[in-house]
Design a protein around this ligand. Sequence first.
Ligand code: PMP
Length: 474
Amino acid sequence: HNRPVLTQHFSIYPNHMSEAPVSGFQPQGILMSKALLKQMIDANYPMVEYGKGVWLYDTEGRAYLDGSSGAMTANIGHGVPEIAQAVARQMEKISFSYRTQFTNAPAEELADRLAAIAPGDLDYAFFVNSGSEASEHAIRVVLHVWRERGQPGKQKILGRERSYHGMTMGALSMSGHDLRRKDYGSLLHAFPAVPPSYCYRCPWGKRPESCGMDCAEAWHEAIQSAGPENVAAIIVEPIVGAAGGVIMPTTGYLCRLREICDENNVLMILDEVITGMGRTGSWFAADWAEVVPDVLTFGKGLSAGYSPMAGLLLRAPLVESMRQNSGSAPFGHTFSNNPLSAAACLAVQDYMIQNNVLDNVQARGKELEDGLRALARKYSFMADVRGRGLLWGFEFVSDPATREPPVAAKAVAARFGELCFDKGLIVYPSGVPPLNNAILLSPPLTITADETATLLEILGSALDDFDAAGALAI
Ligand code: PMP
């Protein structure tokens, strides 16, 4: 790709990550409305015009390699004609029907297909419009199930520090993300309870080979101190995404959580909003983790961004409890189980199967991993390359020996994100201050070998510039 070099500086990353001022430049000829409220109100976002595969193009003709799939969403890349055709066909039939009045064929089929590919007896599915709603729904479902089972006191949901489950109040209550929580004070419940499984910065100062998995045992203590009779469920992301830049759990961690939940009569919610639908090389992270949660939430990659859609899978015994008592699952929104979005999701799944996309995740994932490890050998400030499939992350350190993170106020990850953006590569800065120093890479699962090489090349050039500028200097 012959991409025009950017000479001006974009500032689209939220500067609430830091105290540092973020500069911008004045719009030049871009039709930007004054009315559309944007994340950074006065920043100048490029206007996207169209997308093709892993590339996005703005109205000024610049190309961007979508190295993060937006927010880990555009899993089959942009502008796939088969999806547009499937959505148009569905729209000609029926775009909207209301769930208490009708069911619809695309939603029925999507639920069947997900139940078929999900592990164990995750046999029931329900659809909402966003990952946050899926998290809210998970709360409603587990509280409902315990009410139906005659234990209405079980209302607490325990989560983890350094986690993210969505921006709505319930989802945020479960999220250990101080930055996003801080403005809502008493509106949020103080749910998060335990540190994550984070070997690079083990809170217990131990090593994975000999640690005894304190990070899992901490759950037992947290449930006991809250009182198991009060705890409805725990919630975890199998791999910490936006809040940590791909923090991989130690081997056996999720299985141990399953045991701890069973021992304490607590339900397990696995948030697969990022990891679900092929991102890590199998349909769900639950597959390789060999765990069957009671509730599994998904979103993002399900529709790959072609239409808003998310949802949750439930194990059969949960639905049995509802069936045998009230006989109802009384939750939903106007657009729940929406036929148009379901048709988009079915077409995305067809496309993934027909094009062996899961195999591509394995092959390209290995290339991305090798490339990142090679870069980390070159740049000592690039640490802890970690991930699986096409979900990878690393951290910046100001001292590799002590693993000292850069000063939070320097917003190193956000600045690196801007630098990459300027060079035509989109990466996802992540983390929670004071460790807001991670970069997440999650290109479309359809990326080719050549495009993976291009991604690594641009990333390498950004790291070079960062190095030359002494960006990590204390
Ligand atoms: N769970 C996880 C793990 C997420 O990463 C996100 C979004 N980044 C959500 C839930 C919330 O999804 P949404 O933004 O679609 O509401």
